[in-house]
Each structure stands twice: as C-alpha cells, then as structure tokens.
Write a protein that binds this ligand. Structure first.
Ligand SMILES: [Zn+2]
Length: 305
C-alpha cells in the first residue's frame, strides 16, 4: 500500500471507524475518532504516534457515533480545533438529539464542541497535502469525503468500502438515498483514485472492482428497499450487542420501538405485531454459521463476549 509518509491509518475493529492521522510541520490532524467506548484506545494510539506533540485538529467526515465518538475525550486531552460538516453545525451547537443520529440508532456519543465547519468545495491542507472536500450523501445526507488529487487518495468514509458501503439511512425514513449514493459512486469513478482509505476496513487500491461491487449493490437495494431495511436492522442489532456485549431479547425488542431508525426499518419489513418474530428471525440469521451473535436462553450475546 503506497500511502504518503504523512498519512497514517489506524484500522479499527467493528465498533469504531478507521482514524486517519495526517501530520506536517504546521498541524497534526485526525480524520474521524471512532466510537465512544473505544475512545481511551483511540487516545492511546494517538499518544503513541504523536509522542510529545499535541493533536491540533479533528475533522469528522460525518457525525455517526462510530466516527465522532472519540471527539469528546480527544478534546479533553488536547485543546484541538474541530471541524465538522457545516450542515450539522446547529444540531451539534445545541446538542439536538432529535437531529443527531445517536438516539435514533440506540448508540451513544459524548457531547463535544466544534470550532469550524467544512462543506463541499472547501480545501484543507493536511499532512502537507491539499485535500478537496466532497459531498457524499446517500449513507448520510451530510457526509463528506476528502480527496487529494496530487496523490490520488480518497478518504471515502462510508460512501465506498472495498466491499459495499454503509446503510442507506435516509431511505428508512422515506427520503431519497439510493440516487445520492449512485451519484457519489459516479463522482468517485471520475476522480482517477489510486488508493481509497475507507471508513471501515483496510485501505485498498482495486478501486474499479470496489466501484463495480458498489454499483451493483445500489441496484440490488433499489430493486427492493426492504433489503436495505433488513441490512440496517442487522447492522444496528450487531452494533448494539458489540457495544453492550449482552442483552435480553425483550430489551432488544423494546429498542425496535425506541430507536427511531430501527423502528423505521422494522416498519418497512413487517406490521408491528410481527416484530417479535421478525427480531427472532434476524437473530437466528446472525447467530447461524459462526455469525456475530449467540443465543443463551432469552439472552442475546455477542460472540466472544
Ligand atoms: Zn456512518
């Protein structure tokens, strides 16, 4: 993997997004900070990489809890500047939990502040390289990507992974997301990218193949939006279980009512009275063939917990 020396990628496990550290003489910047429960680990990784040097700048591609959950702790450790997508500024300023996604997904994120905003078209100098900020709606309406034309490196967040992309959340609420994801992929295809640093998983260079997979996945989801809803529920259930390690079936069933993104996804799949059976079926699928969950009586447990 040929990434410039000024870029370091911390590839993280399931709950946390990758963290991208970009360092030059003027600034040590981190793009995305992982999930809240991993924040001490994120801090330790950074301290080991930076030594005596402070972190100067945080940048968030988008404000999902697995991308900004380390912000609060890192802001406590260093008086760093923090740049967030401009479209989220009001919601963060007032910590408006109805607009931020944490409650809707049943996830947690400690409150953080910001000092500046970024929007598509802006340019940032990170790691002595020029990065253009690109819009990446689809997975999240306000998500951004960063592109360095000189090195042909794309920090894609959850818009493009080596094998797919993040849940298309707007479609769960009856809003458009598939068309936006399609357009973002088309825009990436025009960029001549050599290396993608995705939000999750290792950096990769076979960009054409990743795009081909992603295009066919958009088409597959669009053909039957219930597929996106089912995937969303599975992802949110696994995320929750990896976060808390174990939960009763009843507590999980209650989340289908209380977490609005889960409720919306469940409502796309089955009528309300069939949700327990729906949940049972999803858990069975997630527990089968060495999957991420196991069932212990009425308790659902993350495998390896
Ligand atoms: Zn995300």
């Amino acid at each position: 993997m040929s990434l410039p020396d000024s870029i370091q990628v911390f590839e993280r496990g399931w709950l946390s997004s990758n963290n991208v550290l970009l360092v030059d003489d003027a600034c040590a910047a981190l793009v995305d900070t992982g999930y809240a429960t991993h924040a001490p680990q994120t801090l330790a990784l950074l301290q080991a990489a930076l030594g005596e040097r402070p972190l100067d700048l945080l940048v968030n591609t988008h404000l999902h809890s697995d991308h900004c959950g380390g912000n609060a702790l890192l802001q406590t450790a260093w008086p760093c500047r923090t740049a967030i997508p401009a479209a989220e500024a009001e919601a963060v300023r007032h910590w408006d939990e109805a607009r931020l996604s944490f409650r809707a997904t049943g996830q947690t994120c400690e409150r953080f502040s910001f000092t500046e905003t970024i929007a598509p078209g802006a340019h940032l100098t990170l790691g002595a390289l020029d990065w253009e900020v690109l819009g990446a709606p689809g997975h999240d309406p306000h998500s951004l990507m960063l592109y360095c034309a000189e090195e042909r490196v794309l920090i894609s967040a959850d818009a493009l992974w080596e094998n797919g992309f993040g849940v298309i959340f707007p479609e769960l609420e009856g809003e458009s997301g598939f068309a936006e994801e399609q357009a973002v992929l088309e825009a990436i295809a025009k960029l001549d990218v050599r290396t993608v640093i995705p939000g999750h998983g290792a950096p990769f260079t076979n960009v054409a193949l990743a795009l081909e997979r992603a295009f066919s996945r958009v088409a597959w989801l669009r053909a039957d939006p219930a597929r996106n809803a089912k995937n969303a529920l599975k992802v949110l259930i696994v995320f929750k279980l990896l976060d808390v390690r174990a939960m009763s079936f009843d507590a999980l069933a209650q989340m289908l009512d209380s977490a609005t993104a889960m409720r919306a996804a469940a409502a796309m799949l089955k009528p309300r009275d069939a949700w327990p059976a729906l949940l049972q079926g999803l858990i069975e699928e997630l527990a089968a063939h060495g999957g991420p969950l196991t069932v212990d009586g009425t308790r659902i447990v993350a495998r390896g917990a």
